[in-house]
Design a binder for this molecule. Structure first.
Ligand code: 5GP
Ligand code: ZN
Length: 135
């Protein structure tokens, strides 16, 4: 299923040319148009789903298995020193294109990419309260 007004549906289907480095029946892997580092790529499922809440488990498993394969291959080809796998869901988490995607971000020693978060303090009591929410 595709969504007519979704840019990643159009790219994944091949209607809009993109720098494709891998394709199979379920996914297309393209280079990001606003890369964090050299080689920053995106895994796009061909079927439209907005985010991790909507994607079925079988497709998600395939997507992350593909992420491992791509990270391995891209590390060989690009000679990067590390790798971030990033996957944003909803605006609050930084998602800007609402078609599920996995960022493949090669990292190089001393690159200027900012992938991270501010570290806060937490007490043992606060952790216990969080744990209790899951009981
Ligand atoms: P998000 O912020 O939703 O996790 O990531 C969306 C990503 O898609 C961004 O890194 C942005 O640079 C990339 N992007 C947005 N539009 C296009 C496009 O038309 N083509 C490609 N290749 N990447 C895009
Ligand atoms: Zn879509």
């Amino acid at each position: 299923m595709t969504k007519d007004d979704c840019i990643f549906c159009r790219i994944a289907k091949g209607d809009i040319p993109s720098g494709t480095i891998y394709e199979d029946d379920d996914f297309r892997v393209i280079f990001d148009r606003g890369p964090a580092t050299k080689g920053h790529a995106l895994i796009l499922p061909k079927n439209h789903v907005a985010n991790i809440y909507e994607i079925d488990e079988a497709t998600l498993s395939k997507a992350f298995t593909l992420a491992k394969k791509m990270a391995t291959r891209m590390t060989e080809v690009l000679g990067c020193d590390g790798f971030n796998i990033v996957q944003n869901n909803n605006e609050a988490a930084g998602q800007t294109v609402f078609h599920f995607h996995i960022h493949l971000i090669p990292r190089y020693k001393d690159d200027d990419a900012k992938v991270g978060w501010k570290v806060h303090d937490i007490t043992d009591e606060e952790i216990e309260k969080l744990v209790a929410l899951f009981k």
